[in-house]
Ligand binder design. Structure first.
Ligand SMILES: Cc1cc2nc3c(=O)[nH]c(=O)nc-3n(C[C@H](O)[C@H](O)[C@H](O)COP(=O)(O)OP(=O)(O)OC[C@H]3O[C@@H](n4cnc5c(N)ncnc54)[C@H](O)[C@@H]3O)c2cc1C
Length: 487
């Protein structure tokens, strides 16, 4: 049997037999639709794209890949920002957009069972008539899929109180890299394999059915907008609120440049002269929210807020959120191009790290707008540049990387919610030792010894198991001690 890249033409014939011509894309022009995700910097035309409609079809496709040694990549809506769904020119891109049924709304047990191509928002829309919603809320929630959310362990503005995807997924049915359909359940005894799968960026198989927890709509929600002279005083307010034991559902910050962009795009009418704004949202029982709200307002004023606005009805709350929600896109109004970075720092390090970003911005002559989940210490610096200017993209890339170095120096991480993908794999060695990376590879190898499921993502240099055995010199300590085997 032909295996490896030479197998692709033969494999395509087999895929056509499995899915029919409507389920397989080979036309070079149509293939280009799938050449990148939200991070357009990295592009590759997929060898072939398949659009299965059932888990059994996904399994049959993956089995065919496994038998021919062909790499495959899962793709939801392609909104990822780390090149996680970047296809392989020698492989198969498995697009889940046709797997989009809500299979069960089980209100008494507060759960929903959905296919991976269902959008995040569609789950909340289906549950809302019963007073429930799906809590993790990436800003891309209108279009991103729950399969992509599981793969990236996605977050969102309200994850500070309500948790990330991993806190809301109860079970996943997946197709293993060998093409078998298995179920991982949070109630399973033994190792938390479901936990290992969530956030694995498509490297451990393809999710085909997901059971999520539904949350009760809160009794009341209050949103506050506080304007500060600068980001430092806003950062002090964030620490003061959390330090006082209040847990808002969201604390978001925008700096002066992000406010300028939002004003230009959507006229959000934030207080004039603000060097930073904080959006703080509280939800829960009426009495609790009223009590905590008084504390939050006082702490903001004590930290230097010069204007505070409050909204407790949906229309006025939406007006406050308008600027924040449009901020990423709004930056397009003030800059021809930009990179979105995603790093994390301890909350108390926010003022120092923001000052560091300002210093980098001045040193490289590159503007950086900051819009971020301040409560989680999850920064999203938007590094602005003009792609028509010689060397500007490279300088932006350097600033973007140096921001991650800054996060690491302050005890943070290179990604909060956007995943590592292909884009940040080169930074993994800055965060983890060789032994730690090899240990992660051993987990990956336990699922995917042949290394066919989304290869080339997360890990800087493929080592161990099937990807490129023997690149690493020496033996992993766990292997040397006989505690683990290489495949
Ligand atoms: C404007 C904008 C705002 C955003 N805001 C946020 C935010 O607030 N929080 C946040 O966390 N992210 C955010 N993102 C990033 C992105 O939306 C999320 O990472 C999202 O989870 C990606 O979902 P997707 O369906 O588009 O996945 P894709 O981009 O298609 O894929 C992402 C990864 O998931 C894998 N994958 C997809 N489906 C499956 C499956 N069924 N089984 C296994 N692996 C699979 C892919 O191989 C890839 O590695 C934002 C993106 C944009 C463009």
């Amino acid at each position: 049997m032909t295996t490896g890249p030479a197998a692709l033409p033969g494999l395509t014939g087999r895929l056509l037999d499995l899915l029919g011509p409507g389920g397989v894309i080979t036309d070079p022009v149509r293939l280009r639709t799938y050449e990148c995700d939200g991070l357009t910097y990295h592009r590759a035309t997929p060898g072939v794209v398949v659009l299965p409609e059932t888990a059994e079809q996904v399994a049959a496709v993956v089995r065919a890949c496994h038998e021919t040694g062909t790499p495959f990549v899962a793709r939801g809506s392609g909104t990822g920002l780390s090149g996680g769904a970047l296809p392989r020119t020698d492989g198969v891109l498995v697009v889940t957009s046709r797997l989009r049924r809500i299979l069960e709304l089980d209100i008494p047990n507060r759960r929903a069972v959905v296919e991976p191509g269902v959008t995040n928002l569609a789950i909340s829309e289906a549950a809302r008539p019963y007073g429930y919603y799906y809590a993790p809320d990436p800003s891309s929630q209108q279009i991103c899929t729950i399969g992509g959310n599981v793969a990236e362990n996605s977050g969102g503005a309200h994850c500070l109180k309500h948790g990330f995807t991993v806190n809301h997924v109860l079970a996943v049915e997946l197709v293993t890299p060998q093409g078998e359909i298995v179920e991982l359940d949070a109630m399973d005894p033994g190792y938390d394999l479901l936990g290992a799968f969530i956030g694995s960026e498509g490297t451990l198989g393809i999710a085909t059915k997901i059971t999520v927890r539904l949350s009760r709509e809160p009794e009341s929600v209050t949103t506050l907008l506080a304007a500060f002279p600068d980001v430092e005083s806003g950062g002090v307010a964030v620490s003061a609120i959390i330090g006082a034991g209040v847990l808002p559902s969201a604390i978001e910050m925008m700096d002066a440049l992000a406010i300028e962009a939002a004003e230009a795009a959507v006229r959000c009418d934030y207080p004039a002269g603000a060097g930073a704004v904080l959006i703080v949202e509280l939800d829960g029982p009426v009495a609790e929210v009223a009590h905590e709200f008084a504390q939050v307002e006082r702490l903001c004023r004590e930290s230097g807020a010069f204007a505070v606005r409050v909204a407790d009805d949906p229309a006025r709350r939406a007006a406050i959120w308008k600027g924040r929600k449009s901020a990423f896109a709004a930056v397009g109004r003030i800059s021809p191009a930009y990179l979105v970075q995603d790093g994390v720092v301890p909350r108390t390090a926010l003022p120092a790290v923001l000052a560091g970003i300002e210093e980098l911005s001045a040193r490289y002559g590159i503007r950086v707008a900051n819009v971020f989940h301040a409560g989680d210490g999850n920064l999203h610096p938007l590094v602005l540049f003009d792609d028509a200017e010689e060397g500007a993209a490279e300088r932006a890339e350097t600033v973007s990387g140096e921001i991650l170095d800054l996060c690491l120096r302050h005890g943070g991480s290179i990604t909060g919610e956007h995943g590592v993908g292909v884009d940040k794999s080169r930074y993994m060695t800055k965060m983890f030792t060789e032994e730690e990376l090899d240990t992660m590879q051993l987990v990956r190898c336990a699922f995917d010894p042949a290394g066919l499921s989304n290869p080339g993502k997360i890990f800087p240099t493929p080592r161990l198991c099937g990807e490129a055995p023997g690149v690493r010199k020496g033996v992993h300590p766990l292997v040397a001690s006989g505690e683990a085997d290489l495949f």
